[in-house]
Design a protein around this ligand. Structure first.
Ligand code: GLA
Ligand code: ZN
Length: 672
């Protein structure tokens, strides 16, 4: 990772020692040593303690903590502490407090509760960041700057409204252009003057009144959150130019366009809190998204939970082995850290029951502590070998935030539109086959991939269709789905049939799209060349496809469109474009993906039994393989021939790796 200070995977996480006394901090240091903790993040929420009154700073307590940490050679990700302004500040400058979408001014209390457009907030945040940077610029343990925390506040105050108007004016130039792009002729929304535009206030998914405006508001919030980040980052960079600056991304990634938000961050860092019910493909996909944010660069897992959380509806304990397994899953997908919220449990406050490495018991004689000792010692043993290793993927899945927002702002064709769930559906079969996948921006070059999957590419952004067309023309395999090519960047649909500019590539057009009730399904009837039939289930949406050169591979089994094509293939240039006009079940996707990968000679990272994940990363030191047993049963993997070195786990006779329940192994294949 950029600016990595030590030749090791960063291990540790959020530490809030301003809540306890020095004796406890000294005890923490003993415990940290036992676990090989080498990196902590602090003080994320201590603005009130650092600036007790305007312009009056108190750093003595922090000096002391940092001194103890450095005595113990623990590196620090120094947080600017601007995620929760002091109460006196909210009182003195009420403009800092956000207004919710009901127009209600919120009072002080929550964290992340400031208007990102408040000049006062920005002024005070930059001042604090500057003070911290000046004070700690020569602190030897300073490894990174952590700005704010999980940005995501949406505000509807008068100031945001004014800025939104200016933003629109800059974007569209004239009200005529805005009216055209927003299609305001519908429902009489003509805008005559930018100064009359109000912020959108749709309250829930059932009132999707004005998607084009909502979409621009989402973009505006990303832009202004980015400004807010830069407001602090610029100050930090002017004082400590060599220290990487970032802000941690919430695991709920939808609210802000993370491709954009992270472009000015030196590293990507995210908070991985899978729900106990998530299948492992979900965190795997999110890791791949994080790796995709900076086109393959290794990233930071900034937070995970060391045990149960407090904010899930039902807070399950982390099962034995789960922490270690999730840590290696992150590293397998490209992380160069395994960090946790939190090191020691708070005695009070909202998160007093959130798990920690050191629990309220204060003891190291706990199951969780022992798991951290083991993990820490393994990660320490890995040293710097894996750092900055990259994933090599032949398959890319396209992903885009504007597309996400626009799809889910649509009223129709179904209320069950959930882009992330759809992307997971198309990601999962590759994941299950252990075929490496990159998550790719709509604006990225595609030529390094053999297969591109474009789930629900609803929004045809500038140049996007041309890039996909070129990709197929030059021999690539493209997989598209229903809800492709419907709208442009301002959510105006196209006259002329869908999939719009990709009509020729797919060799078809869509006459109409049926939405199915959740309990309904249809069938995909596939016929092989020798006439054998097989049937799969499908649902969600069913396109009625009109062929224009493409061949039907599968047809619908029932309803008035029974017998019509639902899965098609088209040869275009040197490549092939498949179109899935309905959401196939996982059995279909498994068979389909195996077939297209076979044609392109793309093979799994390793052959492993079901429920076991395999991933790899490569750097100049070698190629590293991660084998992760997500089941509670014992599993065995036989490695292919090669010069293998086992780094974590046990290698038995005849290249056999044995994995117990939720076990993980890391191997290195030496180069010849
Ligand atoms: C988020 C925050 C942390 C903490 C954890 C608890 O990710 O960034 O400060 O509240 O959640 O799970
Ligand atoms: Zn505001």
């Amino acid at each position: 990772m950029k600016g990595q200070k030590i030749p090791e995977i960063y291990f540790g996480g959020d530490y809030n020692p301003d809540q306890w006394d020095e004796a406890t901090i000294r005890k923490d240091m003993e415990y940290f040593k036992l676990c090989h903790i080498n990196f902590v993040t602090l003080p994320v929420f201590s603005w009130a303690k650092l600036e007790p009154e305007e312009g009056v700073y108190d750093f003595f307590w922090l000096d002391k903590i940092l001194e103890i940490l450095w005595e113990n050679r623990i590196y620090v990700c120094l947080a600017t502490s601007t995620a929760a302004q002091p109460e006196w500040m909210s009182k003195k400058y009420p403009e800092i407090l956000p207004v919710d979408r009901n127009g209600m001014k919120r009072s002080h209390g929550m964290r992340n509760f400031y208007c990102v457009n408040s000049e006062k907030y920005r002024e005070r945040a930059a001042a604090l960041a500057g003070q911290m940077a000046m004070r700690y610029k020569d602190y030897p343990g300073l490894a990174a700057w952590h700005v704010a925390n999980e940005y995501s506040t949406f505000c509807h105050c008068g100031n945001c409204e004014k800025k939104f108007r200016l933003w629109l004016k800059k974007k569209y130039g004239s009200t005529e252009e805005l009216n055209r792009r927003w299609n305001t002729a519908f429902w009489g929304r003509t805008v005559y003057d930018f100064d009359t535009i109000m912020l959108p206030t749709e309250r829930n998914d059932d009132d999707r009144f004005f998607p084009a405006k909502q979409l621009d508001y989402q973009r505006f919030v990303t832009d202004t959150t980015e400004e807010c980040f830069l407001n602090e980052a610029q100050v930090l960079r002017s004082i400590t130019p060599d220290i990487p600056v970032f802000s941690n991304i919430s695991g709920f990634i939808k609210n802000l366009n993370q491709f954009q938000l992270t472009r000015h961050m030196d590293i990507v860092g995210w908070d991985n809190y899978p729900s106990p019910k998530d299948d492992p493909a979900i965190p795997a996909l999110k890791h791949d998204i994080m790796r995709g944010l900076k086109e393959g660069a290794s990233y930071m897992v900034a937070e995970q939970s060391p045990n149960q959380q407090n904010w899930q509806p039902y807070n399950k304990l982390k099962r034995p082995g789960e922490i270690r397994l999730l840590a290696y899953q992150g590293i397998a997908h490209g992380a160069d850290s395994s960090l946790y919220f939190q090191m020691r449990q708070s005695i009070g406050g909202q998160e007093k029951f959130h798990g920690a490495v050191i629990s309220h018991s204060g003891s190291n004689d706990t199951r969780i502590f022992r798991e951290f000792e083991r993990l820490g010692s393994e990660l320490h043993g890995l040293g710097n070998q894996i750092l900055d290793a990259r994933t090599k993927a032949d398959v890319g899945i396209l992903f885009d935030w504007d597309n996400w927002w626009a799809l889910e702002l649509c009223s129709g064709p179904t209320r069950d539109m959930d882009y992330l769930r759809q992307v997971v559906h198309y990601y999962r079969p590759f994941y299950r086959q252990n075929i490496a996948v990159d998550i790719v921006k709509f604006s990225s070059a595609l030529d390094s991939y053999q297969i591109i999957v474009a789930p629900l590419a609803y929004m045809m952004k500038d140049g996007f269709a041309q890039r996909l067309t070129e990709f197929v023309k030059n021999g690539g395999t493209l997989v598209g789905t229903y809800m492709t090519g419907l709208a442009d960047e301002t959510d105006r649909c196209r006259f002329g049939a869908y999939p719009g500019p990709l009509r020729e590539v797919f060799g078809l057009w869509i006459e109409e799209t049926d939405a199915l009730y959740p309990e309904e399904s249809n069938q995909i009837i596939m016929k092989t060349e020798d006439g054998r039939e097989s049937s799969y289930s499908c649902g969600f949406l069913c396109d009625r496809i009109r062929l224009e050169g493409a061949k039907a591979m599968g047809t619908y089994g029932s309803d008035f469109y029974a017998g019509e094509p639902c899965i098609t293939v088209n040869s275009f240039g040197k490549g092939t474009a498949y179109y899935l006009g309905t959401q196939p079940d996982s059995a279909f996707l498994h068979d389909f993906i195996c077939e297209i990968c076979r044609k392109k000679e793309i093979s799994p990272v390793l052959q492993v039994p079901e429920g076991v994940e395999a991933a790899s990363r490569e750097n100049e030191k070698g190629k590293f393989y991660f084998i992760l047993n997500h089941t509670t049963e014992k599993k065995q993997v036989t490695l292919p021939e090669g010069d293998w070195e086992i780094l974590v786990g046990k290698l038995g006779d005849e290249r056999k790796v044995i994995l117990t329940a939720r076990d993980a192994a890391v191997l290195k294949k030496r180069r010849k």
